[in-house]
Design a protein around this ligand. Structure first.
Ligand code: FES
Ligand code: FES
Length: 184
């Protein structure tokens, strides 16, 4: 059973909405009481966004809605039609990593990785708005994301390094120049 009228929602009937996810319009049928987190994971099989506390306390479910970080466990999916939804699946371009992903991999910013998608999306919004935010702004931006593994130091350093690489227009640092060997 479905309904398409947004003015009267019967919670016993599925709703159909077109959701803009990572630049793609997706026609989705789902139960109207589902959160955006549940629709992403269960109806769209986008399981990169992690399911943590479901209470707005851990940050694991953070995604971008119209370019701003939100906790997808606190947003009803029916309210997201026509809004730009960005998830971790859309962060890289095909096989090309986003500078944040590359820096986290290079500097050990991710260990078990459960907190990582939420932190990466939150950091993306920060770096999209501020080219060089500095350590205090980075701490403030990801304060709502809990990490049980890293102690945060590598996370801060990874975001700083990603910012540097983005300012240089590269995902990876330039390879070191080969040492010149003196002729005998
Ligand atoms: S699952 Fe959303 S904040 Fe924890
Ligand atoms: S890397 Fe394990 S929770 Fe953050």
């Amino acid at each position: 059973m479905t309904e398409t009228n947004s003015t009267a929602i019967d919670v016993r009937r599925n709703v159909r909405r077109v959701l803009q996810v990572n630049g793609e319009a997706l026609d989705v049928l789902f139960a109207p009481y589902k959160t955006l987190l549940e629709v992403l994971r269960e109806d769209l099989a986008l399981t990169g966004t992690k399911h943590g506390c479901e209470l707005g306390e851990c940050g694991a479910c953070a995604i971008l809605l119209d370019g701003k970080p939100v906790l997808s466990c606190l947003v009803l999916a029916v309210e997201c039609e026509g809004r730009a939804i960005e998830t971790i699946e859309g962060l890289g371009r095909g096989a090309e990593l986003h500078p944040l992903q590359a820096a986290f991999a290079d500097l050990g910013g991710a260990q078990c990785g459960y907190c990582t998608p939420g932190i990466l999306m939150t950091a993306k919004a920060l770096l999209d708005g501020e080219a060089d935010p500095g350590r205090e702004r980075i701490k403030e931006a990801i304060a709502g994301s809990l990490c049980r593994c890293t102690g945060y130091q590598q996370i801060f350093e990874s975001i700083e390094e990603a910012g540097r690489r983005m300012r240089c227009g590269t995902a990876h640092p330039a390879p070191a120049a080969p040492a010149t060997v003196a002729e005998p």
